[in-house]
Write a protein of this length. Structure first.
Length: 249
């Protein structure tokens, strides 16, 4: 595993979901977050930079990887942000290691995969032999219609889709997304939590974020007017939301 550290201040760990890794998901937000935080971005198993045995992934495994990075950086509790699959991972981390987590923000996360998501992921995986089609399915569901319609054409859509190419790691990440079930761990979270839902979200439908907020004890909930890829559709608003929560008195 590798991770980067930028900035100064309270430690903020940003955990990616399905994709190439931490920089691909959060790299465009690092400078803004680093103005007030020590920003830590790990690359978990399944990402391009991580090297492991290639076995099937589990949420618990990825949560232990996050825990190991935290322990390597600091002995104090940190703030955790997790996007998509990473949202479930940070909740699991907080449930397994409450002493390491001060505040936790799952974004577009979920408690348990449902039939809609298994169907969607199954369709995506069936196209793994065709990188363009694979990327188009993921971008079509990850971004809102408003965002996609604002692009210049299919070439730009395919450029976004290339970031989600059907690598072996990506396929393992999607296979894990089919199997997510963190209810028991979410119920153990002691950290203060802010669950962020996206609407409209065709990748991880909004009701999953609402369920996650209802499952984590005492969690707050906010919904953003964005597709699943809120990190790219509403970057300024997202950074402000996270900073307001982790820096409040």
């Amino acid at each position: 595993m590798s991770y980067s550290v930028v900035g100064s201040g309270p430690v903020l760990v940003l955990v990616h979901g399905v994709g190439k890794g931490g920089q691909s998901a959060f790299g465009h937000l690092v400078d803004q977050f680093a103005e007030r935080n020590t920003v830590v971005i790990p690359d978990l198993s399944g990402s391009e930079a991580a090297v492991d045995d290639g076995a099937a992934l589990t949420i618990e495994q990825l949560a232990e990887e996050v825990s190991a990075v935290i322990a390597d950086v600091t002995s104090d509790p940190v703030d955790l942000v997790g996007f998509s699959l990473g949202g479930s991972v940070v909740v699991a981390t907080a449930g397994l290691h409450p002493e390491q987590v001060r505040r936790v923000i799952p974004v577009g996360g979920l408690v348990e995969t449902d039939l809609y998501m298994r169907n969607l992921i199954g369709l995506t995986l069936s196209l793994s032999h065709d990188a363009v089609a694979f990327g188009r399915v993921l971008t079509t569901t990850a971004f809102s219609p408003r965002f996609v319609n604002g692009l210049s054409g299919l070439a730009e859509v395919d450029g976004l889709g290339a970031e989600l190419s059907p690598s072996s790691g990506r396929l393992r990440q999607l296979d894990l997304l089919v199997r997510v079930d963190i209810r028991g761990l979410a119920e153990k979270v002691q950290a203060e939590a802010l669950v962020v839902g996206c609407s409209p979200d065709a990748a991880v439908p909004t009701e999953h974020s609402r369920e996650l907020a209802a499952t984590i004890p005492g969690a707050s909930y906010v919904e953003m007017d964005s597709g699943h890829m809120v990190l790219f559709e509403k970057p300024v608003e997202f950074v402000e939301l996270v900073n307001d929560f982790i820096h409040k008195p």
